[in-house]
Design a protein around this ligand. Structure first.
Ligand code: SAH
Ligand code: SF4
Ligand code: F3S
Length: 439
């Protein structure tokens, strides 16, 4: 038998790209490819890219440049660009970097095998359509390989919100929800393969409204269905928009036992003036009231968020409002970014904030966020948590997993196995993780 061909995939950006990379690897598995961890022995290299900030997009070109030597040594090596940079820049990528053989946008991954075949004939292949057919359906012919205890499952794609800074509505297209029965089928399949925790994914996951048996189903409806899947112990979802936090979803956080007490709910800014200019269609106050309601339903819920500092025309006063909001919410995790101009988005044309000012605001915000994060993590010491163990730790006999609140927890106990869900008592809080002992 001939050696299988090797595929190296490097994934950038959000969890949806992680999910997509798995689907692409499976699709190419059908063409005789196995995955490799190194580009050096690959027959095909795929970069699954992100376009969200300028730095993310530019990384792709520097990475591609590094493959020049490899391609010179191995003329048969095929190099492909997938993901949001592929969608946004298309043909331009091949112009800028002639060693690229293939460019495929996120909605066309099911066409990857035929595209690869085309490159084997010495042609270039480009597909950045938004085709009518359902790529998830076409991609579902997968090997039943065993999996780790956690998995992502995309339930919704695209976005109709058009925040003034964001490329997602252009790179991922309009908001689309997958039918509930397909998602449930995929979830059951994942569980059969060893998965115990599923994170439902969507750029706007809580806007989910997929076809169910009695008309459209909400995200909460879908979560309740998943709650009945035997062997599935934990459900999470990300990313949510404040305007789509429906009553049934808030309620589910209080009543659905497998839904974890963690919610990523980006607000972007604490200033109403800036929120309006961002086209976010919520205010700081409506966001804070929403969190109050969520905490009424589930008092211990750990909040997570995203922030942009230095958005065009952001003043010191606007920034102060963001700091105030952060102090009120106290996030367990929060991600903050300096505004990055994205060509083609409405905010790109507006007066920019001095980059040094934006830098110092970012540092100030991150210091506050880190302080809260620290305090919340430290407050877990002495508490009983339930941990899903995911992999061996750095020291021998150690296992690492995640708590309900998504904190990394490590336990030294040689009897522990990957995939076990166990009660632990937290004994100390380290730099990025908690140490605990089994109960
Ligand atoms: N769908 C999600 C997240 C989309 S992208 C949501 O609606 O919140 C993830 C994060 O990247 C965003 O929440 C935002 O904080 C950040 N982001 C998006 N565009 C950006 C830009 N142009 N500059 C800096 N940060 C950006
Ligand atoms: Fe981007 Fe806004 Fe849509 Fe989130 S809601 S993906 S930030 S446009
Ligand atoms: Fe990036 Fe595309 Fe995700 S731009 S954040 S990879 S949707």
């Amino acid at each position: 038998m001939s050696e299988p061909k090797k595929l190296y995939i490097k994934t950038y950006g959000c969890q949806m790209n992680v999910y997509d990379s798995e689907r692409m690897a499976e699709a190419m598995g059908g063409q005789g490819y196995v995955e490799t961890k190194s580009p050096d022995d690959a027959d095909m290299i795929l970069l699954n890219t992100c376009h969200i900030r300028e730095k993310a997009a530019e990384k792709v070109y520097s990475e591609l440049g590094r493959f020049k030597g490899l391609k010179a040594e191995k003329p048969d090596l095929k190099i492909g660009v997938a993901g949001c940079v592929a969608q946004a820049e298309g043909q331009e990528i091949m112009r800028r970097q002639p060693l690229v053989d293939l460019v495929v946008g996120p909605q066309s991954y099911h066409r990857l095998p035929e595209m690869e075949a085309k490159t084997r004939e010495g042609k270039k292949a480009l597909d950045t359509d938004f085709p009518e057919e359902d790529k998830f359906e076409k991609l579902k012919n997968r090997p039943k390989a065993k999996r780790g205890p956690t998995a992502f499952l995309t339930v919704q794609e695209g976005c109709d919100k058009f925040c003034a800074f964001c490329v997602v509505p252009y790179t991922r297209g309009a908001e689309v929800s997958r039918p509930a029965d397909r998602i449930l089928h995929e979830a059951r399949d994942l569980v059969e393969r060893g998965v115990r925790e599923i994170t439902l994914l969507g750029q706007n996951v809580n806007a989910y409204h997929g076809a169910g048996p009695n008309g459209d189903m909400t995200l909460a409806g879908l979560i309740w269905e998943l709650n009945k899947v035997d062997g599935l112990e934990r459900i999470r979802f990300t990313t949510s928009h404040p305007n789509d936090m429906t009553d049934d979803l808030i309620e589910a956080h209080g009543t659905c036992d497998r839904l974890m007490p963690y919610l990523h709910l980006p607000v972007q800014s604490g200033s109403d003036r800036i929120l309006k200019r961002m086209n976010r269609s919520h205010t700081a106050d409506s966001y804070l009231r929403l969190i109050e309601r969520i905490r009424e339903a589930r008092p211990d819920i750990l909040m997570s968020g995203d922030f942009i500092v230095g958005f065009p025309e952001e003043t010191d006063e606007d920034f102060k409002a963001t700091l105030d909001l952060v102090e009120q919410v106290r996030y367990g995790y929060a991600y903050s970014f300096k505004y990055s101009t994205r060509p083609g988005t409405p905010a790109a044309e507006r007066p920019q904030v001095d980059p040094e000012k934006a830098d110092s605001r970012l540092q100030e915000l991150q210091a506050v966020i880190t302080r809260h994060q620290r305090e919340i993590q430290d407050s877990m010491v002495g508490r009983k948590l339930r941990v899903l163990f995911e992999k061996p730790g750095r020291q021998s006999g150690q296992m690492v997993g995640k708590s309900e609140y998504l904190h990394a927890v490590h336990v030294s106990d040689a009897s522990l196995k990957v995939g076990e869900l166990r009660d632990v008592r937290v004994v100390s809080s380290g730099a990025n993780s908690l140490a605990a002992e089994l109960l």
